[in-house]
Write a protein that binds this ligand. Structure first.
Ligand code: PMP
Length: 456
C-alpha cells in the first residue's frame, strides 16, 4: 500500500524510531483520522481522541475553527492564487508580512515566505551563504547547530537537524554544519555537575569550536528556543544568555527556529521572549496558520537584509523563491489565525492552562517509570525509563515510550513518543478539565505499563 510506505518513511524521518518500530507500525497499520472537532479528532470507525499533540505541535485554534474555513473560502473566491516574483505582490501577503514584523519581539526588517519549516530553514542557509558572499567573506559558510535539534528534512534543513535517523543513509549532514552538545541537563550533565557548570561547559564548547574552526568561517548559530521533536528539551537556566554572550563576542548571527515555539506554545508569543533571545533571523510555521494550510516565514533583520539586497542589486535579482511563497489563501488563513490567537487571548491561556499542565506533569516525578518531567506553557514531556539510578531504558530505547504511547491511544488520547520521551503539545484552546482528562489517562497508562513490565 503506497500510502503506508509514505507513512513509514515519515515516521522514520521524524522520530527517534528504529526500523523495527516502523515494522511494528506496519503490523498495527495507520490510525486513519477523518474528522476534527475542537481538541478532538475522530478516526474512521468513529472513535474520538483528545489530540494532545495538536497534530504536529501546530493546531493552536483546534480542529474545527470555522473562521479559518471562511477566510480561506473568501480568499479563494477573490484571488485563489498569485505569486510574489518579478515585483508582484497581493494584499494578504503584504498584510501578513507587516503583521509579523509588528509582532516580532526584536526589530526585524523583512519577511520571506515559504511553505514548510524545512523550506524556511533551507532558505535561511541559502540567505546566510548569499550574505557572506555579498560581504566578501566567501569562507563564512559554517552553521553551528545542536545534537537532537530538529530543523526539517530537506538537504540543508536535515543537515541542521541533529538526529541520526535524518542523516544516516541520506549522506547527510552537509560538511558546513557542526553539531554541539544538546542542552539537556538531565541527560547530558557529567556526574556531579551542577546546572550552572553544565551551562558554562556548553558555552565553553561553543567558544572553543568557534576558535578551532576560525570565527571568520562561522555564519550563524541556529537553535529552537526549546527543542521540540528532539524530545522536548527545555534549556537549562542561563543557557541562552551564555550562548548569546559567546555569539556576540565573535559577531556571529543567531537564528531562532520558532516553528514549534512561535505563537504562544511556551506561554509567551514567541520562545525568544520566554528565553530572552535576540535573534537576527526567526523561522515561523505550524501555529502561524494552525497548519490548516501550509505556510512558513523567515524574518530577517536589517543586518542580514542589507548585504543581501546589495548583492541582489549587483546580480540583478535574488534568484530564490517558490511558486507557493506567500500564497494568498495561506496568508489569509494565517492572518485570521493570528487574529483569533490575539482576540481570544490564547497566549495568556497557554500560560495559565500551561501552569496546570506542568503541575500535573510534575506530579509524575515519583512514579517508578518516570526519569524526568519537563516543559513550559503548553509543551511538555515525560521521560520514561526502567531504572532511575542508572537512567537506563526498558529493553531497547524507545520500547517503553512506544508501549505507553500505544496505551494512551487505546485510552483515547493521541500523544507522541520520541524514543522514551512522551510529548504533550495540545491545542492552545484546551482547558484545565481537558488537561486533567489527558493526565488521568496518562496515570492509567503508566500503571498499565508498570504492571506489564513488572515494575512497581
Ligand atoms: N523546525 C522545527 C523546530 C520543527 O519542529 C519542524 C517540524 N516539526 C521543522 C522545522 C520542519 O517543518 P516542516 O515539517 O514543515 O518541514
Amino acid at each position: 500500500m503506497t500510502m503506508l510506505n509514505s507513512i513509514e518513511a515519515r515516521d522514520i524521518a521524524y522520530h527517534l524510531h528504529s526500523y523495527t518500530d516502523a515494522r511494528a507500525h506496519q503490523q498495527r497499520g495507520p490510525l486513519v483520522i477523518e474528522k476534527g472537532d475542537g481538541i478532538y479528532v475522530e478516526d474512521a470507525s468513529g472513535r474520538r481522541y483528545i489530540e494532545a499533540m495538536a497534530g504536529l505541535w501546530s493546531v493552536a485554534v483546534g480542529f474545527s475553527e470555522p473562521r479559518l474555513v471562511e477566510a480561506a473560502t473568501r480568499q479563494m473566491q477573490r484571488l485563489p492564487f498569485y505569486h510574489t516574483f518579478t515585483h508582484k505582490s497581493h494584499g494578504p501577503v503584504v498584510d501578513l508580512a507587516e503583521k509579523l514584523i509588528a509582532m516580532a519581539p526584536v526589530p526585524m526588517s523583512k519577511v520571506y515566505f515559504t511553505n514548510s519549516g524545512s523550506e524556511a530553514n533551507d532558505t535561511v542557509l541559502k540567505l546566510l551563504w548569499y550574505r557572506s558572499n555579498a560581504l566578501g567573506e566567501p569562507q563564512r559558510k559554517k552553521v553551528i547547530s545542536r545534537r537532537r535539534a530538529y530543523h526539517g528534512v530537506t538537504i540543508a534543513a536535515a543537515s541542521l537537524t541533529g538526529l541520526p535517523h535524518n542523516h544516516g543513509s541520506f549522506d547527510l549532514p552537509l560538511s558546513q554544519v557542526i553539531h554541539l552538545t544538546c542542552p539537556h541537563f538531565w541527560r547530558e550533565a557529567a556526574s556531579g555537575e551542577a546546572e550552572e557548570q553544565f551551562v558554562q561547559r556548553l558555552a565553553y564548547e561553543l567558544e572553543q569550536t568557534i576558535l578551532t574552526e576560525g570565527p571568520e568561517t562561522i555564519a550563524a548559530f541556529i537553535g529552537e528556543p526549546l527543542m521540540g521533536a528532539g524530545g522536548v528539551v527545555v534549556p537549562p537556566q542561563g543557557y541562552w544568555a551564555a550562548i548569546q554572550q559567546v555569539l556576540k563576542k565573535y559577531d556571529i548571527l543567531l537564528v531562532a527556529d520558532e516553528v514549534i515555539c512561535g505563537f504562544g506554545r511556551t506561554g509567551r508569543m514567541f520562545g525568544s521572549e520566554t528565553y530572552d533571545i535576540t535573534p537576527d533571523i526567526m523561522v515561523l510555521s505550524k501555529q502561524l496558520s494552525s497548519s490548516y494550510i501550509p505556510i512558513s516565514a523567515v524574518l530577517i533583520n536589517e543586518k542580514v537584509f542589507q548585504p543581501i539586497a546589495d548583492e541582489s542589486n549587483r546580480i540583478g535579482m535574488l534568484g530564490h523563491g517558490f511558486t507557493g511563497s506567500g500564497h494568498p489563501v495561506a496568508a489569509a488563513v494565517a492572518l485570521e489565525n493570528i487574529k483569533i490567537i490575539e482576540e481570544r487571548g490564547l497566549v495568556e491561556k497557554a500560560k495559565n492552562v500551561g501552569t496546570h499542565m506542568q503541575a500535573r506533569l510534575r506530579c509524575l516525578n515519583d512514579h517508578p517509570l518516570v526519569g524526568e518531567t519537563r516543559g513550559i506553557g503548553l509543551i511538555g514531556a515525560v521521560e520514561l525509563l526502567a531504572n532511575k539510578e542508572t537512567k537506563s531504558p526498558w529493553g531497547k530505547p524507545g520500547a517503553l515510550g512506544r508501549l505507553v504511547n500505544r496505551k494512551m491511544e487505546d485510552l483515547g488520547v493521541i500523544t507522541r513518543n520520541m524514543g522514551d520521551a512522551l510529548a504533550f503539545s495540545p491545542p492552545l484552546i484546551i482547558n484545565e478539565a481537558q488537561i486533567d482528562e489527558v493526565f488521568d489517562r496518562l496515570e492509567e497508562a503508566l500503571g498499565f505499563a508498570a504492571t506489564e513490565i513488572g515494575v512497581n
